[in-house]
Ligand binder design. Structure first.
Ligand code: SAH
Ligand code: SF4
Length: 389
């Protein structure tokens, strides 16, 4: 028996997020914004005039140095460290397993409170290292080509569980600077993409708080230009994303007519192509970002004709854009096939000649099922395998 009650309930932003502060026991500081950290310190009686300094000190230890024990916070008085240790904790989600692909891609299976699991993927490239993080366990949306979409939503991740993925991968990469040494300039983890499991704009506040932590210059300090949020097209939240996060935006476009997009990305029935494009037109100015990435999965015989390519460039005309063509990644039971390589190149060529950059995303980590749209938690896979026996 699986619990489907959460999945069938109407989804609002935070109803499925477990409370960060459990009724008893220490509060986890990981994932608290500066404001919430301040409140937490005030709650244990830190005097008002010390709050700012204490927040700065803790912030630097946790997010700049990656320290996990209050005992190691050497610029705090011993008695204060002891008090912090009683009331708070600094805890990350647990890495259950790590797989490393032949191409160097690392896939982490991460356990969060309640025993649920999500996947996080690190993709090293010559000029950057990109971390693909999850924002939900499963997804409420049911895009027909996506493996995650076949897994029902279990719950939203908390801000601590979202930023925790960045921190645990920095642990694994050994990327926290040592005290007294300069910050590492050439970063192994230099970019974040919110392209793992889940629809980040359906968990807006938690994703925003986590990304604020990632961008904070006194901590992990990743520029908002190095963070890309991918949405299937939750139109009402797009303007908010520009204002409150200001990161780069990618959109899972995937089709050039409403008829086909309704089938591939069912959220299109709620906000169709025209409505989505209106929201996207306003994004670059509102967020002061450069280009929007249009993701386009190449499905043989479904959305990959020359006519589709021409319609695509016509639709997005006037929007500063880059078209990222994603060869479909197969998964067991998938109802689609990947377009031929020549077809993908021909499509890319039409888009390129119309003046848009049209990179074809090289599938990474396919041998460990880490490529786009293949993520799904192992528990869920195991359950389905049992069911199908
Ligand atoms: N939920 C968000 C972000 C996660 S998916 C979104 O839909 O945008 C990241 C990207 O991978 C999306 O563009 C998604 O449409 C694409 N994708 C999903 N399944 C895929 C598959 N099997 N092959 C290739 N790309 C896929
Ligand atoms: Fe959810 Fe994105 Fe997959 Fe669609 S493509 S089911 S929105 S994770």
């Amino acid at each position: 028996m699986t619990d489907t009650s959460a999945a069938s309930a109407p989804i609002t932003q935070d109803v499925l997020t477990i409370p960060r502060k459990l009724p008893e026991g220490p509060v986890n500081l990981v994932g608290l914004t500066r404001e919430k950290l301040r409140d937490a310190l005030a709650d244990i009686g830190v005097p008002e005039k010390q709050l700012k300094m204490r927040v700065n000190q803790l912030w630097a230890w946790i997010y700049e140095r990656g320290v996990r024990s209050f005992d190691d916070m050497t610029n705090l008085a011993k008695s204060f460290r002891a008090e912090l240790g009683e009331r708070f904790m600094i805890e990350l989600p647990e890495v259950v397993s790590k797989q490393v692909s032949a191409d160097g891609t690392r896939k982490y299976l991460v356990k969060i409170a309640g025993g649920h699991e999500v996947e996080t993927v690190y993709i090293p490239e010559t000029d950057r290292g990109t971390l693909c993080i999850s924002s939900q366990v499963g997804c409420t949306l049911t895009c027909s080509f996506c493996h995650t979409g076949t897994q029902k939503l279990v719950r939203n991740l908390t801000p601590g569980e979202i930023i925790g993925q960045v921190m645990l991968v920095r642990d694994d990469l050994g990327e926290w600077p040592e005290p007294g040494k300069p910050k590492n300039e050439a970063r192994l983890l230099s970019n974040i993409v919110l392209m793992g499991m889940g629809e980040p704009l359906y968990n807006f506040e938690n994703v925003r708080d986590a990304m604020k932590i990632a961008m904070d210059p006194e901590g992990i300090s990743l520029s908002r230009r190095r963070i890309t949020l991918s949405t299937s097209g939750v139109v009402p939240e797009i303007a908010r994303c520009a204002e409150e996060i200001g990161c780069q935006l990618a959109v899972s476009f995937h089709a050039t007519t409403d008829e086909v997009r309704d089938r591939l990305v069912p959220i299109n029935k709620k906000w169709n192509i025209e409505t989505l494009l209106d929201a996207l037109r306003a994004y670059p100015k509102a967020s002061n970002s450069e280009r929007i990435t249009f993701e386009y999965v190449m499905l043989r015989g479904v959305n990959d004709t020359d006519e589709d390519a021409r319609r695509l460039v016509k639709l997005i005309s006037g929007i500063p854009a880059k078209i990222n063509l994603i060869p479909f990644n197969e998964w067991p039971g998938a109802p689609y096939e990947r377009s031929d390589w020549e077809r993908i190149e021909r499509f890319a060529d039409i888009v390129y000649k119309a003046g848009y950059s049209s990179p074809i995303r090289t599938p990474r980590g396919e041998d460990i099922m880490a490529a786009c749209g293949q993520l799904k938690s192992a528990t869920e896979r195991a359950r389905r395998e049992r069911v199908s026996l």
